[in-house]
Structure formats: C-alpha cells, structure tokens
Design a protein around this ligand. Structure first.
Ligand code: 13P
Ligand code: SF4
Length: 354
C-alpha cells in the first residue's frame, strides 16, 4: 500500500492592509491622459479584472482593452496583437499572460499583488502531494504560481472548473485538486468526482456568512442570491446562481429580479451596475456572529492596482513578469488544455449534459 502524503493543513494567510487609491477628478483625468499616450507609444493593451478599481476598468474599456474574469483575461491577452500586455489584477493573472505570450512584454502596476490561494500552495509542497498520488490526475485552479501550473496536468478557472472536472470524471479519472478547498468541494459535489482537496481558501470569499445572508434575504425575499464558488458551502447552499465573475454579471443582466444579493468582491458592482442599470445590488454580509472579517468583500491585493502605479510603470519601466523557460513551457501545456477545452465546448464538440 502506498504511503499517503499527509493531507495539507489549512494554511493561515495574513492579507496585507487594504490601501486603495483615492484620486481627485483632475488628477484622475491627467493620469488617464498620460497613460493613454504611453500605452499608444508602447503598443500596449490593458487587461483588467472586475475586482480592480472603477478607474482601471473604465480605462481598459476606453482604450480597447478588456475587463473580465480570469479565463477571458487569458484568452483576450493571447488573441490581442499588442506587443505589451498591461495586466491589472493579481500576480497569477500576469503570469498566465506571460506563460501564453512569451514574446510579449507583460507588466503589472504592482508585482506584490498576490492571492491567498497562490500563497497557500507552495510549488514544492504541491509537487510532494502529486508524487504521493501518481494515480491521480492533478487539476489546479488558475490562482496558483507558474511552478504549480507547470507540475499540474490541468489548469482551470472558476468559469470552467466544473465542466472540466465532469469531463475528467466521465473519462474515469480520480483527481487531485489544489488549492481552493471551497471551489474544490463545490466541484466535487456537483460532479461526483473522486477528488483529494488541498486546503487553501480565498480570504475574501471565505468571510461571507451564511446566517447573516439568510437574514438579509428574509428582508429582501425577491432578491436573487449570486455566489462565487470560492465561498463556503453554507453560503453556496443559499445561492440561486453559482458562477465565475462573468457568469454572475450575466445573471444580473438576464434574470428578471430587480434585486440581487452578491457574494463576491464588491469591485464587481461597477460592471454589474453598467450591465443592468436600475437593478438594486446588495453586498452579501461578511460580518455575522463570531465573524472575523479580514477582507470585507474586497481583495486587498487587487486594491494594490491603481492609475498612479500604472503610469509610473509605463514611464519608468520595470514590474515586468519573467518566468523561467522550462517552467513556462510546462505551465503552458496545462493552460492550453483548458483553452482548447473551452474552444471545443463552445464549438459544440464536447457535450456534458447535466
Ligand atoms: P474569476 O475567474 O471568476 O474572475 O475569479 C478570479 C478570482 O480571483 C476570484 O476571486
Ligand atoms: Fe485571490 Fe481571493 Fe483576491 Fe481572488 S479575491 S485574487 S481568490 S485573494
């Protein structure tokens, strides 16, 4: 009988203090004008996540870039002809862009913008976990380092995790999953797959509280509850829609409800309001009985991005993502499998049913 690698204990990740950029209107406009000129001169396109500031999201759209979930950020950056990709988000998003586009310059406003999931899954520990279970296919969430992706068989984002795991389960594979225990458990519940779960968590989504959410919903019985699957099982159990950031925005646009309770980073409200003007959006509670909210529905690492830092990077250089070539090439394979799966699924070549 094989000796089991001890199941990872729950890593405790201390998020940095929340420091958000605050700008007067005149400074905002001056910065945007400077950044637009610099981006044009450097043949750069801005790819931003929905959790970044409204200023960055607006700038991305005004300059022909994109604001999206992590799957679409990867797809967009890869398909776009610009020589420089400016990634406003967290480090794994910049690394994914570089893995897919080694010939492009990839820069970020702040290279310290990390993610509690990435930090919770050091590459050496993950490799030991894989080595202890060679019979299992390893599937990692995109919120991981390039080195972890290089060791994994598959990379998935929240928008496609359930589909890929169902597909692998139907092919008869047993899986090893890292690093988000909540997303992993959710995917396991809906797919029925045999999965061993790493024990990381997102500091933002883990803070949502089911009991307080139930109370808020009782006060707003007509509201649809939208939940990102990085949230705890008790919160997901109350959801009308569980999905990636893009899928939650689509739900606000398409559902007939006029009110929504949203359990994900509140940076998403900027896009939700634009997608469905007039609809009422309420934040899912992060403070309930016994709550120890360290993030309060906003990611402190995403908040490290801002217009001042972006202007400085474009003016002075630096903050470029570099990945050792052997790691990059291997990580590319596991990301490419996801992108190919997404393309095949969109083209109707993969039928998953329920
Ligand atoms: P999405 O892929 O749904 O945008 O999620 C990324 C993320 O970091 C959520 O916390
Ligand atoms: Fe990571 Fe959570 Fe921040 Fe997303 S919201 S980047 S999962 S810490």
């Amino acid at each position: 009988m094989k000796v089991d690698f001890p199941m990872p204990v729950r890593p405790v990740i201390q998020p940095p203090p929340m420091v958000e950029e605050v700008l007067e209107a005149s400074e905002r406009e001056a910065l945007k004008t400077r950044i637009k000129a610099l981006m044009q001169a450097q043949d750069a396109v801005l790819v931003a996540h929905y959790y970044t500031s409204a200023d960055l999201q607006d700038l991305a759209e005004e300059t022909g870039g994109c604001v999206s979930d992590s799957l679409e950020m990867a797809r967009f950056g890869h398909a776009h002809p610009a020589k420089t990709l400016v990634v406003a988000g967290v480090k794994f998003m910049g690394e994914t862009a570089k893995i897919l586009n080694p010939e492009k310059r990839v820069v970020m406003p702040d290279l310290g913008a990390d993610c509690s999931l990435d930090l919770a899954c050091p590459a050496d520990d993950f490799a030991a976990f894989c080595d202890a279970h060679p019979d299992r296919v390893s599937v990692v969430y995109a919120n991981t380092s390039a080195a972890v992706k290089a060791r994994a068989d598959w990379v998935v984002t929240s928008g496609i995790a359930a589909k890929i795991v169902k597909h692998l389960h139907r092919q008869g594979h047993r899986l090893l999953w890292a690093p988000d225990r909540h997303l992993g458990a959710y995917v396991q519940r809906i797919s029925g797959a045999d999965m061993l779960l790493w024990q990381g968590a997102c500091v933002v989504h883990e803070a949502f509280k089911a009991e307080a959410l139930r109370k808020l919903h009782a006060e707003h019985p007509g509201a649809a509850v939208l939940v990102h699957p990085e949230s705890p099982e008790s919160v997901i159990a109350l959801a009308d829609v569980v999905g990636s950031t893009t899928q939650l925005i689509d739900a606000v646009r398409s559902l007939p409800n006029s009110e929504f309770i949203v359990a994900t980073d509140n940076g998403i409200f900027h896009k939700m309001h634009a997608a469905a003007p007039g609809k009422i959006l309420l934040e899912a509670p992060t403070a309930g009985e016994g709550a120890t909210c360290t993030s309060c529905a906003h990611c402190p690492w995403m908040a490290m991005n801002g217009l001042r830092k972006l202007a400085a990077v474009l003016e002075r250089g630096g903050n470029e993502i570099h990945i050792e070539e052997s790691i990059r090439a291997r990580a590319r394979l596991s990301i490419q499998k996801m992108l190919d799966f997404a393309a095949a699924e969109r083209a109707g070549h993969i039928q998953l049913g329920d």
